[in-house]
Design a protein around this ligand. Structure first.
Ligand SMILES: *[C@@H]1O[C@H](CO)[C@@H](O)[C@H](O)[C@H]1NC(C)=O
Ligand SMILES: *[C@@H]1O[C@H](CO)[C@@H](O)[C@H](O)[C@H]1NC(C)=O
Ligand SMILES: *[C@@H]1O[C@H](CO)[C@@H](O)[C@H](O)[C@H]1NC(C)=O
Length: 462
C-alpha cells in the first residue's frame, strides 16, 4: 500500500526542544510517534534532521495527525501554557472519538487542568495534565513524569510514560499516577517550589543530590581568563513564577510552607540590586565581628544545618500536598510522588528514597518529621543547625532558609505557642472572641477594659 494509516502509538504537538526530545525518547523505547507543529515546515525540518532514520512520522495537519493514530488516540500537547493549550484542545475535540486521550505536558496551572478535565469529561474525552521535569536532557533520556487527571486514561498511557521516565534503584520508574484533576500539575508546582528552597539552602553534603553536584562544578568553574566566574555574575536572581505559585497556594490553603516562601522573597530581595548597593553604604552590620571557631568543625555544622533545613522544606511541601488533597478530594500517593522526584528531575536526590520509605511505612503519615528516620535525622543535626544560625546572626550573614526552617521546627515542636496573646489582642481591639483551652470550640468575648462599647465580633476584621 502506498499510504499508511493508524500506525502511530501517540502524537505530539509542539516541536520546541522539549517536544523533540520527548519524541526521540519515545522512539528509542519502541513507540511510533507522530510529530506535528502548527508551522508545518518545522515538522519537515525535524524529520530531515533530528528524527532522521527513526520511526517517527510527521503530520501535515491535525486531521492528518489524528488519522494516523491507533485507537484510543493519544495526543500530547507540549505548547505554551495558557491559551495555546485551550486553542489546541478546541481544535482536537471535533476530530477525536469518545475515549480518546489528550495529555497536556506543559507547565499549566493546576486549576486550568482541573477545568479542562471537567469540560472534556462532558465531551466523553479523557484528559491528563502531566508535570514533566528534568529539562531538555531529562526529556531526551528520562524525565520525571507526574500525570494526573482522568484515571481511566492511565492504563492506556502507563506503558509509554513508565518506559520513557527516568529509572532509579533497581529500575523503578520515576512516574506513577498522581491523582485526579489538576493533581499532576499541582505536584509539579510544589516540586518547583522545593527546587527554589533547595537552591536557596545550598552553598555547601549525605545528600548526593544533583543540585549539590552542579553547585560544586559552578564554584570550581573558571572564566576564559583563568579566574573564577561566579563572583562576576550579577547577583540578581530571576524567577519564572512557579515558586511564587507554590507560596501563593500555601497562603491560600493556610499551610506554613515557610522555606519556599522565604526562598521566593530572597530572590525578590536579591533583585533589588541598585537599592542594596545604596543601602550597603549606610546600613552597618555588627562591628568587628569575625569568625574565630574551628573552620572544619563549622563546615560539618553547615552540612548538618543544610540537611535539617532540607528535611523541613520537604516536610512543608508534603504538608501542602496533604492540604490540597483534602481541599480538592484528591487521593494522592505520597510515596509514589517522592519516587517520581527521585530521578530525572532537578531536585533528585537519594534523600527522596528515604521519604518514599517513610510513606511506605505509613501511608497516612501526618508529617514527615514524625517518621522515626527523619525525627532522628533532625535531632542529630540540631546542635549544628543552631550553631550555624546563631553564628550567622552574630556575624550579620543572611541565611533566610536555615533560619526560617529552624523557626518552623521550633514552632512545630511546641505544644503551646504565644498565639494566645494574639487571640487576646484581637479580642481586645476587635472583639474577635477566643476559645479557652478548657473549652475548645466555644468562642467568648471579654470586657478587657471595663469601659468601651459593646462590640460584636464582626465589627472589625484584623
Ligand atoms: C512549533 O515549533 C516551535 C519550535 O520550532 C515551537 O517554538 C512552537 O511552540 C511549536 N508550536 C506549535 C503550536 O506546535
Ligand atoms: C464592661 O465593664 C464595665 C465595668 O464593669 C461596664 O460598665 C460595662 O458595661 C461593660 N461593658 C460591656 C460591653 O459589657
Ligand atoms: C452586647 O450586645 C449583644 C448583642 O447586641 C447583647 O445581646 C448583649 O446583651 C450586650 N451586652 C451588654 C453588656 O450590653
Amino acid at each position: 500500500m502506498w499510504f499508511v494509516m493508524c500506525v502511530a502509538d501517540i502524537a505530539l504537538i509542539g516541536l520546541a526542544v522539549m517536544g523533540q526530545n520527548l519524541i526521540l525518547n519515545m522512539n528509542d523505547h519502541g513507540f511510533v510517534v507522530c510529530a506535528y507543529n502548527r508551522t508545518v515546515s518545522k515538522v519537515h525540518d525535524f524529520l530531515r534532521n533530528e528524527a532522521k532514520s527513526t520511526k517517527v512520522i510527521g503530520a501535515e495537519s491535525l486531521e492528518d495527525m489524528v488519522s494516523k493514530l491507533k485507537s484510543p488516540r493519544r495526543v500530547i500537547l507540549l505548547v505554551k501554557a495558557g491559551q495555546a493549550v485551550d486553542d489546541f484542545i478546541d481544535k482536537l475535540v471535533p476530530l477525536l472519538q469518545p475515549g480518546d486521550i489528550i495529555i497536556d505536558g506543559g507547565n499549566s496551572e493546576y486549576r486550568d487542568t482541573t477545568r479542562r478535565c471537567q469540560s472534556l469529561k462532558a465531551k466523553g474525552l479523557l484528559f491528563v495534565g502531566s508535570g514533566v521535569s528534568g529539562g531538555e536532557e531529562g526529556a531526551r533520556h528520562g524525565p520525571s513524569l507526574m500525570p494526573g487527571g482522568h484515571k481511566e486514561a492511565w492504563p492506556h498511557i502507563k506503558d509509554i510514560f513508565q518506559s520513557i521516565a527516568a529509572k532509579v534503584g533497581t529500575g523503578e520508574s520515576c512516574c506513577d499516577w498522581v491523582g485526579d484533576e489538576g493533581a499532576g500539575h499541582f505536584v509539579k508546582m510544589v516540586h518547583n517550589g522545593i527546587e527554589y528552597g533547595d537552591m536557596q539552602c545550598y552553598f555547601c553534603s549525605e545528600l548526593d543530590s544533583f543540585l549539590i553536584e552542579i553547585t560544586a562544578n559552578i564554584l570550581k568553574y573558571r572564566d576564559t581568563d583563568g579566574t573564577h566566574l561566579l563572583p562576576k555574575i550579577r547577583d540578581s536572581a530571576g524567577q519564572k513564577g512557579t515558586g511564587k505559585w507554590t507560596a501563593i497556594s500555601a497562603l491560600e490553603y493556610g499551610i506554613p510552607v515557610t522555606l519556599i516562601g522565604e526562598a521566593v522573597f530572597a530572590r525578590c530581595l536579591s533583585s533589588l540590586k541598585d537599592e542594596r548597593v545604596l543601602a550597603s553604604k549606610s546600613l552597618k552590620g555588627p562591628q568587628g565581628a569575625k569568625f574565630t571557631g574551628d573552620k572544619d568543625q563549622f563546615l560539618e555544622d553547615i552540612r548538618k544545618a543544610l540537611y535539617a533545613s532540607k528535611i523541613i522544606s520537604y516536610a512543608q511541601g508534603f504538608m501542602l500536598l496533604r492540604q490540597a488533597a483534602k481541599e480538592f478530594g484528591w487521593s494522592l500517593n505520597y510515596g509514589a510522588i517522592a519516587l517520581m522526584w527521585r530521578g530525572g528531575c532537578i531536585i533528585r536526590s537519594v534523600f527522596l528514597g528515604k521519604i518514599k520509605e517513610a510513606f511506605d511505612r505509613d501511608s497516612e503519615l501526618q508529617n514527615l518529621l514524625l517518621d522515626g528516620f527523619f525525627t532522628n535525622a533532625v535531632q542529630d543535626c540540631q546542635a549544628s543547625w543552631r550553631r550555624v544560625v546563631s553564628t550567622g546572626v552574630e556575624l550579620g550573614i543572611p541565611m533566610p532558609s536555615f533560619t526560617t526552617a529552624l523557626s518552623f521546627y521550633d514552632g512545630y515542636r511546641h505544644a503551646m505557642l504565644p498565639a494566645n496573646l494574639l487571640q487576646a489582642q484581637r479580642d481586645y481591639f476587635g472583639a474577635h472572641t477566643y476559645e479557652l483551652l478548657s473549652n475548645p470550640g466555644h468562642f467568648i468575648h471579654t470586657n478587657w477594659t471595663g469601659h468601651g462599647g459593646n462590640v460584636s465580633s464582626t465589627s472589625y476584621n484584623a
